[in-house]
Design a protein around this ligand. Sequence first.
Ligand code: ADP
Ligand code: MG
Length: 330
Amino acid sequence: MSPASTPSLLSVAGLRKVYTTRHGDIKALDGVSFDIAPGETLALVGESGCGKSTLASALLGLASFDTGTITIDGNATTAHSRWTKMPPRRDVGVVFQNPQSSLDPKMKVRSIIGEPLQTIGVRGDALTERVTELLNQVGLGPEFVRRYPHQLSGGQQQRVAIARALAREPRMLILDEPTAALDVSVQAQILKLLKALQAKSNVSYLFITHDLGVVDYLAHRVAVMYLGRIVETGPVSDVFTDPRHPYTRALLDAVPVIDPSRRRQQAPLDGEVPSPINRPSGCSFSPRCRWATSVCRASEPQIFEEGQQRGYLCFHPMSRGESGSSAESS
Ligand code: ADP
Ligand code: MG
């Protein structure tokens, strides 16, 4: 875990993003704030549609955001209009879920990995040398420079995508479900590689996933998102053993447990994620929450901080070792 005194590499403050659609406005990001220290992995978890990819796009400068500030290594970008985007950055790399669609099928590996280097003037033998070095870092031999993506397995393709993301030695990688499309055994190898790369280079990761096993293995801290807001954040070990937000509890309960005596009886999550257009009033989790009371339906909880490291948005946080909430359930 990074000590609280370490200056952040990435700092996101009050980020908001609304998509205007024919059916109404979607608050994809509704005041998102967090920090990542150098060499730290923050996992971002939450069900599909909660805004994870929108956040990644805003950080990468691929999409605009409406309000808020993104600061990377001391350089701040503050939204002044709906069209504010991060400037293109050399110090943030990205790996997407699906290597088939992120790697150009007509390009050889040398060009795929070399492209971000060519844009900064690396050419010829120097380029081949650097590409070979990057391939070596991700566990692939020099013979791969001449191959096309379709000649590679899914795991090899994702290694190439990681090598490309690392080409300009970014201080941070955004990994948007990078192993979700891979077989379990290949997944494990890629996660191990990412861990080793971080240990060597002190690169920071924002790791987007809905696999809590992956979070446990790779991340130092976790941020749980629900409908555009971070509803709980803290060190992985604390949040997983002692969640405060009922939604975090529900996500943890939904993880299959092999030992039947540890299996929980209750249905982990009632109901569907509400439509992001017609959001419920008050706490947006309240319609699915077994412990919601009138206050939850009437007003939105603001962040409750617990020490320097933990925070949650809940009027009735769960307490240690409890499977219910501290509120009376009715
Ligand atoms: P996640 O990655 O967590 O699945 P997304 O960031 O992709 O979530 O989406 C968040 C919300 O914004 C969803 O309700 C989604 O339908 C909506 N959304 C995403 N991209 C667009 C877009 N380009 N136009 C309109 N709505 C969008
Ligand atoms: Mg997504």
